[in-house]
Design a protein around this ligand. Sequence first.
Ligand code: AMP
Length: 275
Amino acid sequence: MKIFKSISSIQKYLSKQSQIAFVPTMGNLHQGHLSLIQKAKKPKTCIVVSIFVNRLQFNDKKDFASYPKTLKQDLEYLKNECVDAVFIPTEQEMNTNHSEFKLSFFNLEYQLCDAFRPGHFEGVITIVMKLCNIIQPHYLFLGKKDYQQLFILKNLMREFCYPIKIMAVPTKREKNGLAMSSRNGLIQKKYTTKISELYNELMQIKKTCKSLIHIKKVELRAFQNLTKNGWIVDYVSVRSQKTLLSPKNNEKKLVALIAAHLGNVRLIDNIEFCI
Ligand code: AMP
């Protein structure tokens, strides 16, 4: 496994590769990240993983400062997965400290997470676009765990004519249903028995939302249940898988999305279902 810190060195290495699969991450790797890598493995394909904690996507400075960093362990995991190349650029190399440009987007502006984390997705798309320009992958592996991010990046790649195929990977969960996330380690011990409640509410929505007329009711019930149990809920929303807007009359493929805080940790999760 080769480790690169500069753009020029990884580009030199990649110029000799015919098929490239790319998995961008912010490190503190867990089984969720590794499932993306496992999906990316194919003969004659060079697997590149980036580790970069992207300052631009944190609207809260404290959240950025406390983001878990476990580089030594991450590299160990990546070596075990037989990853070909790891790209660990500095902020200077990625020019995130003094950026003069930032991409913006419109399709989910002021909605869902963007209403609660203004600037977050601009930061994400800016860095993923830069990374894709550097790596020039044929395949980009992204998790459904970050459903809105996946949706925005798919649209971005299509609109800007990137010759990159996006591969969406299902969410990896703990036994209790909790979606694996680098932030889970920050959840206080006293909440251990509560952490499955978020996924349980998503399952409940999937089970009880049988037609579009049920949506308001199931959203409200989940919101109230979580609030009653001590969660601070940003939103519970059932949307169209295709547009991520409120579903239209004939839409059958839906996704329920929740963002809620347990103590000082904000968790997001979602579940796809059909009616
Ligand atoms: P992050 O390091 O949080 O930026 O995540 C890097 C990539 O891993 C993103 O595409 C995420 O959607 C994906 N990812 C994070 N957690 C999971 C999970 N539990 N299951 C599947 N993919 C995940």
